[in-house]
Design a protein around this ligand. Structure first.
Ligand SMILES: [Zn+2]
Length: 82
């Protein structure tokens, strides 16, 4: 029996995907979130904003207190309604 695939969740404090190792949210995580929140885009953006704030704090601590660039792009831009 094969094990179920690992969910594409962030590994803190590096914010890389546990399943595929890409910067989170990876493509698979984005798709899963869009499905989960398909009827609640505003809720998705609130959720992502919360995670972005947490990631910003943790990543900047790893990064000599410099805030990583493109966090908004990475966490929010793709989720905004088109
Ligand atoms: Zn992934």
């Amino acid at each position: 029996m094969s094990r179920p695939p690992r969910p594409h969740l962030p590994m803190r404090p590096l914010w890389r995907c546990r399943a595929c190792g890409a910067e989170w949210p990876c493509q698979a995580a984005r798709l899963a979130l869009l499905v989960d929140y398909r009827d609640d885009r505003a809720g998705l953006l609130v959720y992502l904003s919360t995670l972005m704030a947490e990631a910003g704090t943790q990543l900047s601590q790893l990064n000599g207190h410099a805030l990583p660039e493109n966090l908004t792009e990475r966490f929010l831009a793709w989720a905004r309604a088109r």
